[in-house]
Ligand binder design. Sequence first.
Ligand code: AMP
Length: 403
Amino acid sequence: MSQFRKSRPFNGGRPVRNYQNRGGSQNRRQPKKAYIHPSKFVQSASPQTEQVYVPEHSFKDFALVEIIKTNLDAMNYQHPSPIQDQAIQPGLEGKDIVGIANTGTGKTAAFAIPVLNRLITERASKAIILAPTRELAEQIEQQCRVIGRGSGLDGVLLIGGVPMGPQLRDLKNNPRIIIGTPGRIKDHLTRGSLKIKDCNIAVLDEVDRMLDMGFVHDITHILSNTSTDRQGYYFSATLDARVRDVINKFSNNVTHITVKSGDTSSNVEQNIVMHNAQNKLDKLHDILIHDSTSKTIIFDDTHRLVEKLSKELAVRGFKTEAIHGGKSQSQRKNALKKFKNNEVTVLVATDVAARGLDVSDVTHVINYSLPQSYDDYVHRIGRTGRAGKIGNALTFIDEKVER
Ligand code: AMP
């Protein structure tokens, strides 16, 4: 049984080699990249002095069950973040919520607190939470576990890259909180191991990313199978027409909350590195040996290129790990842990694997290959320059192409 009162992971699944990577397009032919003029990769950092947000509420003001209040205290959550300040109350009132917020704003607790409170107080309620990547789904599961500790709620984490067996076992306990990625959740629905007709709470986290990753049909299929009398939470960094379309399909009366977080790229010193086929790796080497380069994420296009680059850098004496969708979940987790602990200082990654990564002290992001779009670029460089620090982003440009 996977309960919030225990501290072991939801599923004890071992990694398998034949993982499933529904979200990753990395082994398929990549779509043609949008042309981005190199001047867009050059910008001085102009750190914004962050305005101090004065929350309207304290956690004590919300009608939360004691157990959640105690857990928030133990987590040292003293003041609600802006998104929490604005989303928790309407969430507790049962409203549908659209939250426009980035990772790092406290958005997970903004939905987890009202969702868990409702599950604890209404025995018949059930929740389903969808996230674009396994890592994000795991992070959500961990936060729910901590916020709901001691409540006795059962949950299940349904992500790809791990065997079905433990998930099937956990599902037999009729968990009341289902967290996962759209691909694996749809697989369970298809094989009949998951029933969500009685899910009356649905959370879509990072809707824009899920759409980027081609999950539109899976999301629609999953949500259409939940209760029609459903409270919806929709979180997204952007609210474009596609995101609006999805939300409009499932809710007609939403409370909008936008958290203006400063443009992360304003904290990032951005520049380009001109290279040719002969000197590309040496140029990267020179950057990595520089004193100021203490923790770096390098982006490259495909599984194969990421592996190759990581190995080449290891041969040159750098402590590296590779992270991409071709690795099992536990390998990805392990690589990330080593990077977070500074056991390795260079992480070579594909875009999909790096999505939602929350590592606070990355000094450099290096675009060894060009991003697919400017949007992806902004997302990549948002991995550095966090928590008020100045970050650096360097983009490799081929001399032959740009003359
Ligand atoms: P998120 O945006 O949900 O990924 O949260 C970013 C980080 O902020 C996580 O490490 C949370 O544990 C932390 N966090 C969220 N809300 C609060 C809060 N009210 N007080 C302190 N830390 C928080």
